[in-house]
Structures are given as structure tokens and as C-alpha cells.
Design a protein around this ligand. Structure first.
Ligand code: FES
Ligand SMILES: [Fe+2]
Length: 363
């Protein structure tokens, strides 16, 4: 259902404190916390004594104290203290997981621990790069994470699901070109020249004249998505005048049918405009709630039918999601064949990938 020998986003780095953060990721209940020196730790949320979740407890002197009988476990998971006795049972420990911090995100690895090389963390630098201001947020979806990837690779749905924010007829009506790059990244590109701005764009632009719009959905298995969304007024210059956003959609399975959706919307304009940031947050949450409602309905419908293969009727806009699913399935299969197999990330969206023209993408 998902590969394990790769880094997953466990949350935003700011979420980890000296208070235990409880989260289920890939069916594994974990607690995330920091030592007094700020080191990030991830442990199984399961006491080695009577299997009570450790999230019932708290951090005491850089150790986790269980909420039931006060056994303590150190950063390496080993039992370090048992109330009422001097010695600690030798082999008593809780499992720990490799974690890292990069791009203001927490990363976790559930595969073979010795393979957890931080060089394998995907490059998502827009989240904290100079020149970009990011609005970030979180949404919980009661659906298979693969449906979210499908949805992000097929933005023709904007016309129907998001007609009040980012969609209008021009989206579904415009041709899309899809391409697999480096055998690892799927890129779906749509150009929408000389169109009426959808409601949210009109608000960002400050007027209602016609725009040239484009969107480029870039996906890397298992759950990394970046959608460049750009537009500028007709008659202005694409290179110098475009309003550009590069939303990151970081999808981590919680269970087979529930998912974490961490998002970030970095922009290259009006950096200090707090009112715009708050409008973006509201608009994004509104938009993603529209996706969520539909995908949760879809997940239920698929479960009721025993999870058949989709699409059952293939149309042009399915090309990119089908390519994405194929790469994910290959990644899972190769890991099944060889549990030490690791597929390194490709650049999710370096300049060569993002700025490729529509004509080049169509080649
Ligand atoms: S169950 Fe955790 S200390 Fe007893
Ligand atoms: Fe959507």
C-alpha cells in the first residue's frame, strides 16, 4: 500500500515541543517531542510495560514518563527508570524511529533504520527559502492518500469542485500535457491564455481584467506534490509581472483510508501583507475542504465496491494520475522484492522541470 524505505513528512517542525505530540503515520502510532536542547525524537506510542500509549505521559528530564506507572524511557527508547526499584529491566525499551528536520518540516523514516540517510529527503526548499513567504496549514482527509495524489495530478476538477475559488470553465477546457521526468517525477502542464480570472485570482490581482494563467502539477511518489500556479494580466510580461505561487501538498498516509495533508503556499509577491496571508489561508482551507468532501465520498464508494482499479473509463486528464500510480506501484513492488531497496528522490521541481515550456512538455 505504501513504500517504507523513504522519508515521510511527520508534521511541521514547529509542532514538536517538550509536550508529547501524538500522531499516527503509516498505521504506526508515534509520539514526537524535543529534548531540552531541541533535539527531535520519535518513538512508538506504546509503553513497554503494559502497552498503554506513552502519549498518556509527559517529558521529564529528557525522558518520556508513562502516564500509568511512571516508567521512563530515554531518547534511545531504553527504559531508564522504574519507580519503586533501583534497577531497570535490561531489555525493556520502546521502538524509536529516525527523524530529521529540513525545510521547516519534521521527517520520519519507517523502513530499515540504517538506510535512513538525510540526503534522501526531497528538496522542498520553497517552504523556507529567501524570496518566498509561505502560508502553511494542515488538513485531515478520510481517504486513501493515493486519491489525493490523483486529484492533484488532475486539476481539471477545479472547474467543477472549485468553481467559487480557483476554477472556471477555462481550466477543464484547456489542453494538458503530461510527462514523466527522470523516471521519477510526473509533470502535468496546462496553459490558459486570455481567460476571465476565477474568483480567487481576481481578489489576488486586485482587478478583474483578463489574465494569462497556467498551472503545472508536479508529483513524486509516495506523496510529494508541488503545483506551480501563475498568472498575469493580459498585455503584461510573464517573466517579470506574474503572480506566482508554488503550493506544496505533502501527503502522508495515516491509515489505508485516512491521510495527513500538510500544505504550504509560498508566494513571491506582497511578502509583508498579513491580510493577504490570512486570505490565502482561508481560501486554501476552503478549497481543500471542497477536495476533501469529494474524495471522502469517493473513498467510501470505492470501499463499498472492494477497491476496484480506477479509472474505469479512461479520459485524457487521467494520463498524469495513471503515470503517478504506476511509478508508486513500481516503488512498492521493488521494495517488496528487495527490502533494502531505496529509490532516491529526484528534484521535485528544479528550474529545468518547472520552467519547461508547454511546447517542450508536449514533445
Ligand atoms: S503501562 Fe506504562 S508504566 Fe505501566
Ligand atoms: Fe482541488
Amino acid at each position: 500500500m505504501w513504500p517504507k524505505n523513504c522519508w515521510y513528512v511527520a508534521g511541521f517542525a514547529r509542532e514538536a515541543t517538550q509536550t508529547l505530540l501524538k500522531r499516527k503515520l503509516l498505521n504506526q502510532a508515534v509520539i514526537l517531542w524535543r529534548t531540552a536542547a531541541g533535539k527531535l525524537i520519535a518513538m512508538e506510542d506504546r509503553c513497554a510495560h503494559r502497552l498503554v500509549p506513552l502519549s498518556t505521559g509527559k517529558v521529564v528530564n529528557d525522558q518520556v514518563e508513562c502516564g500509568y506507572h511512571g516508567l521512563r524511557f530515554g531518547q534511545d527508547g531504553a527504559c531508564s527508570h522504574v519507580p519503586g526499584q533501583d534497577s531497570v529491566p535490561k531489555n525493556s525499551r520502546v521502538k524509536t524511529f529516525p527523524v530529521a528536520e529540513r525545510h521547516a518540516l519534521m521527517w520520519i523514516w519507517f523502513g530499515a533504520a540504517d538506510l535512513a540517510d538525510e540526503a534522501l529527503i526531497p528538496d522542498l526548499h520553497w517552504n523556507d527559502a529567501p524570496g518566498w513567504t509561505a502560508v502553511t496549514g494542515y488538513s485531515h482527509f478520510n481517504c486513501d492518500y493515493r486519491l489525493i495524489n490523483d486529484n492533484l495530478l488532475d486539476l481539471s476538477h477545479e472547474t467543477y469542485i472549485h468553481k467559487h475559488t480557483i476554477g472556471n470553465d477555462s481550466v477543464a477546457d484547456s489542453p494538458v500535457v503530461s510527462k514523466v521526468i527522470n523516471g521519477r517525477v510526473v509533470r502535468a502542464h496546462r496553459e490558459m491564455p486570455d481567460i476571465d480570472p476565477p474568483p480567487f485570482f481576481a481578489a489576488m490581482q486586485g482587478h478583474r481584467g483578463k489574465i494569462n494563467r497556467w498551472q503545472i502539477a508536479i508529483h513524486m511518489a509516495p506523496g510529494f506534490n508541488m503545483t506551480e500556479a501563475g498568472f498575469h494580466s493580459v498585455g503584461s510580461d510573464r517573466q517579470t509581472d506574474a503572480c506566482l505561487t508554488r503550493p506544496l501538498h505533502l501527503i502522508t498516509p495515516e491509515t489505508e483510508h485516512t491521510s495527513h495533508y500538510f500544505w504550504s503556499l509560498p508566494r513571491n509577491f506582497r511578502h509583508d501583507d498579513a491580510e493577504l496571508s490570512s486570505k490565502i489561508y482561508d481560501a486554501v482551507m476552503h478549497t481543500f475542504n471542497e477536495d476533501r468532501e469529494l474524495l471522502e465520498i469517493q473513498d467510501k464508494a470505492l470501499q463499498a465496491e472492494g477497491m476496484p482499479q480506477i479509472p474505469q473509463t479512461a479520459v485524457k486528464t487521467d494520463i498524469a494520475p495513471v503515470q503517478g500510480r504506476r511509478l508508486l506501484a513500481e516503488m512498492i513492488q521493488r521494495e517488496k522484492d528487495d527490502p533494502r531497496f531505496v529509490l532516491p528522490p529526484a528534484p521535485l521541481a528544479d528550474d529545468a522541470i518547472v520552467t519547461m515550456s508547454f511546447a517542450e512538455a508536449a514533445e
